[in-house]
Design a protein. Structure first.
Length: 269
């Protein structure tokens, strides 16, 4: 998250420097030098941000909290993805932070929407899949018996985390139809937000570099102002790469703001 770095009066941040890449090179040199060696936390905000700071101002009359995949398979040690995401979830205190976001949003009276991830038996007949789609189908992640039946749903990996249910099942939370890959292009989230006259989104949930980032991207393309909650998400850490670190990079590059749970709770208070 940028912290008031004034690029308008920064001699490094000029049009010529941007066009030639010298400003970026200077920033990179700083970050790979002594300061970077002293920075033990790879997830920490950059000591010398290059990008302009956020100017997003939260307006509670047109804002909503959106949470992607607040489900057992992602967020519980009993979930099938815990071996991949558990370290990141625990590092960020994600489970508790999402609950804090639900509570604060309800207290502020702003709309809350959940965009869940479900797979039905017919989804197993897909003729082609990406790597993570293959894995999710193989391990039975988010599996449900049928779109018309809740048989076996209660307490399954596709179910919501128990501590979130009082907020989600209060008769006011928007429970969207499921997204099927990563983004909300295949569900009714955007329609629901438009109907609520929402154009600012506080975004949290799982998984950072997959569904959460894909929701951010589509909402931005749809004209929403999006603030991502940095510790209200987490991601898999695999030999193929650290999903949380990859997502943080894109959140910093693309989101209108990158806030912590503490910051969001204070803004909603």
């Amino acid at each position: 998250m940028c912290t008031g770095h004034d690029h308008d009066h920064d001699p490094k941040f000029t049009r010529r420097a941007a066009l030639t890449g010298t400003a970026a090179l200077a920033a990179a040199t700083t970050l790979t030098g002594t300061d970077a060696k002293a920075q033990d936390n790879p997830y920490a905000p950059p000591a010398e941000p290059f990008l302009p700071p956020s100017d997003m101002v939260l307006d509670l009359t047109r804002a909503a909290l959106v949470v992607t995949d607040p489900q057992i398979d992602f967020l519980s040690p009993d979930g099938v993805a815990w071996g991949a995401v558990g370290k990141s979830v625990e590092m960020n205190n994600t489970v508790a932070n999402i609950e804090r976001l639900f509570k604060a949003a309800k207290g502020a009276g702003i709309p809350v929407a959940v965009s869940p991830h479900y797979y039905y038996p017919t989804d197993k007949g897909w003729k082609f899949e990406g790597a993570l789609e293959k894995l999710m189908h193989k391990i039975g992640m988010f599996d449900r018996k049928s779109p018309l039946s809740l048989e076996g749903f209660e307490g399954s990996g596709a179910d919501y985390m128990p501590q979130y249910k009082p907020y989600i099942e209060d008769g006011k939370t928007i429970q969207c139809s499921p997204h099927k890959v990563y983004g909300p292009e295949t569900n009714d989230l955007v329609l629901q937000l438009r109907k609520a006259r929402v154009d600012q989104v506080i975004l949290a949930g799982m998984s950072a570099n997959l569904c959460t980032e894909s929701h951010m991207r589509e909402l931005l393309e749809q004209g929403f102002e999006v603030a991502v909650v940095s510790d209200g998400t987490a991601a898999a850490i695999l030999p193929e790469g650290d999903g949380y670190l990859a997502a943080l990079t894109n959140f910093r590059y693309m989101a209108n703001a990158l806030w912590t749970t503490d910051e969001v709770v204070a803004l909603l208070g």
